[in-house]
Design a binder for this molecule. Structure first.
Ligand code: 0RA
Length: 648
């Protein structure tokens, strides 16, 4: 408290409050940024960038730049108004100090922009400060450049003026070094930041965002700028699909004080790709805006089809297009900006504001209806696509009923290949999906049968990316997986029925294994996305090598580790007798080895599958599993060096 010795007592009291607040953040960082792993580390950047984007949203900034420095510190620069530097009338500290040291100080400025409340973003830049070993801020405002710095959230250098700048030169620069005492991972990933920044450029058209990686030689820089906003985002999402109409349908308006932007385009595939955002945050769990959109799409397209006389309305051949029908092969992005968003749901990514439903519904009804009237050729394409989906739906319904019957939760109807566990509480239970009967056999013998279930998979499962629902459900291997999981799929999906809270994909560490893993992930992503969103899907990490001498044995998960172990063993009495075995498949491990290295919760590593940035996950599956060969070839080429850590 040394620095506050010469200011009022009130300031002291305020300062104590501040320290308590930020102490809480350091004690329970997960509560504020979700996690202290790689994900939380990246959230620090998003939090600072969101503040800069807020300035762009209210029209004061059009440039944001992010730099990744060699020591994994980050600088974010914007050309907004600059964080206020005048002393706050009641808090008695400069605005910038308030913003950096008081939790949720945002409201104290009354910016009246589209501030976010709840969710992982919008926790405030003070959280970044609290979780940084060091943070420095420069503010250009009112003709001066100001400076402050902090150590682990505590003010170190009080606000000082560095010098004069041009009267119109304004903006904020924040530099921070994430605290290694807090984070388990400290290395920033270029691709992860690039995806979110590109997404932000689509969501905030006209803003130029740059990302610079100084860790690379030569320095690597990318610029994101989308004049067309969501229209460009839909084109980007559809880039490796075949669009059915060249022009993206786009709507943009304000209704009831809610900014509404929608862009959509149909492709010749069968998947629905619908992303929704509220104040730039991906509403994974949907909500009222999504409900409004879905209702309007179904209504408007049915109304047009009826008007065009496409739907026969006699008793025998009555056809109504369902929501699923009108969304088959649809790629769409809906973005709303709303003043006081209420976020609900398990991950606080579901919009609760009831007024958003009506606003989106009426806007889409009116403007999409008008668009179809004015573009009869596009309208015909949309109707034909929906009608063909409706025809396929009949076949699908029959196939689905077949699965539903087999889906009952009693043990007697569970697939024979499944070696189930004895415990019944899904929270405690795990399902291993294992490549091949022989590894399946080892896993069955090596497992802890109280909580680990094993389902061996024979050969390749169907590629669901290129199949319609009826075909998917007629595939034996897929039906077995769905039945074992207990959740059902697509519209019948229910997370509550999940029989295991961990589904662990265990495949060989070779090309075939990677392919099977991707097929399984595609099935989960396209048909049971909520299972992934809930964090129930994992990838096992079997070792690549066994390094042994005599009775001493170690397992290595990559070449570097193998060499390190061999070197350590060779240290006392030479390299003689060191035996390195490379596992070509899981089947080469005996049950005990498989348990020790890959299945024992005490010692294993499993990777949780996430879809943090939906665009990336979709793009990955489309490239890997879609019809087009060229993007797949290019993806594999581009990413050959990353395959060891495939995190979709
Ligand atoms: C509060 C009020 C004003 C601007 C900001 C905060 C602000 C914060 C950040 C954080 C990063 N960049 C930022 N840029 C601006 C508006 C002050 C005014 O009325 O001029």
């Amino acid at each position: 408290m040394e620095q506050s010795a010469n200011v009022s007592e009130r300031y002291d009291a305020g300062q104590i409050q501040v320290l308590k607040g930020l102490e809480a953040v350091r004690k329970r960082p997960g509560m504020y940024i979700g996690s202290t792993s790689e994900r939380g580390l990246h959230h620090l950047v998003y939090e600072v960038v969101d503040n800069s984007i807020d300035e762009a949203l209210v029209g004061y900034a059009d440039m944001v730049s992010v730099t990744m420095h060699a020591n994994n510190s980050i600088t974010v620069v914007d050309n907004g108004r600059g964080i206020p530097v005048d002393v706050h009338p009641t808090e008695r500290i400069p605005g910038v100090e308030l913003a950096m040291t008081v939790l949720h100080a945002g409201g104290k400025f009354d910016k009246s922009s589209y501030k976010v409340s709840g969710g992982l973003h919008g926790v405030g830049v003070s959280v970044v400060n609290a979780l940084s070993e060091s943070l420095k801020v420069w503010v250009k405002r009112e003709g001066k450049e100001h400076y402050m710095d902090f150590v682990r959230g505590e003010t170190q250098t009080k606000l000082t003026v560095l010098g004069r700048v041009g009267p119109k030169e304004t903006g904020t620069t924040v530099w921070f070094q994430p605290d290694p005492q807090i984070f388990t991972a400290v290395r920033y990933d270029f691709a992860t930041l690039a995806l979110r920044l590109r997404e932000l450029s689509f969501l905030n058209k006209g803003v130029t965002i740059t990302l610079t990686d100084e860790r690379e030689t030569p320095i690597h820089e990318e610029t994101y700028h989308a004049k067309g906003g969501l229209r460009e985002m839909v084109q980007y999402l559809n880039q490796s699909r075949k669009a059915l109409h060249p022009e993206v349908i786009a709507i943009e308006t304000v209704r009831d004080d809610i900014e509404i932007e929608l862009a959509m385009q149909y492709n010749d595939g069968y998947n629905e790709l619908l992303f929704t955002f509220v104040n730039n945050i991906n509403t994974h769990e949907g909500g009222t805006h999504l409900t409004g959109l879905k209702a309007a799409l179904t209504r408007t397209i049915n109304a047009y089809a009826e008007k065009a006389g496409v739907l026969k309305r006699d008793k025998k051949d009555q056809l109504t297009l369902t929501g699923d029908d009108v969304r088959e092969g649809l790629t769409a992005v809906l973005s709303v900006k709303i003043r006081e968003p209420q976020f609900e749901g398990q991950t606080k990514t579901k919009l609760g504001n009831s007024e958003a439903e009506g606003a989106v519904r009426s806007v889409v009804n009116e403007l999409l209806g008008a668009y179809l009237d004015e573009h009869p050729r596009v309208a015909t394409i949309v109707i034909e696509k929906s009608v063909s989906a409706a025809r396929a739906r009949e076949a699908a319904r029959k196939a689905r009923e077949l699965t539903r019957k087999k889906n009952a939760l009693d043990i007697s109807s569970l697939p024979g290949k499944l070696a189930d566990c004895t415990l019944e509480d899904p929270k405690l239970c795990e399902l291993y999906l294992v490549e091949g009967d022989s590894a399946g056999g080892s896993a069955k013998m090596g497992r802890d049968r109280s909580f680990q279930a094993i389902l061996p998979l024979r050969g390749k499962i169907l590629n669901v990316e290129r199949a319609r629902i009826d075909k998917i459900l007629s595939n034996e291997e897929i039906r077995t997986i769905i039945t074992a999981l207990g959740t059902g799929i697509k519209d019948d999906f229910s997370l509550d029925k999940a029989r295991y809270h961990k589904t662990i994909i265990m495949t060989d560490a070779d090309v075939d294994g990677a392919h099977i893993r991707t097929l399984l992930l595609t099935l989960f992503y396209r048909q049971m996305k909520d299972l992934i969103e809930a964090g129930f899907v994992y990838i096992a990490q079997p070792p690549l090598y066994r390094v042994a001498r005599g009775k001493e044995e170690y397992y290595a998960f990559d070449d570097a580790e193998r060499d390190a172990i061999a070197a350590r063993m060779g240290n006392g009495d030479g390299k003689a007798g060191i035996n390195v075995q490379r596992y070509k498949g899981l089947g080469e491990m005996n049950p005990e080895q498989l348990w020790k290295t890959t299945m024992d919760p005490q010692t294993r590593t499993i990777l949780r599958v996430t879809t943090d940035i939906a665009m990336a996950a979709d793009d990955l599956f489309q490239r890997l599993m879609g019809d087009d060969v060229e993007p797949r070839r290019k993806f594999i080429e581009d990413n050959a060096r990353f395959v060891s850590n495939l995190d979709v």
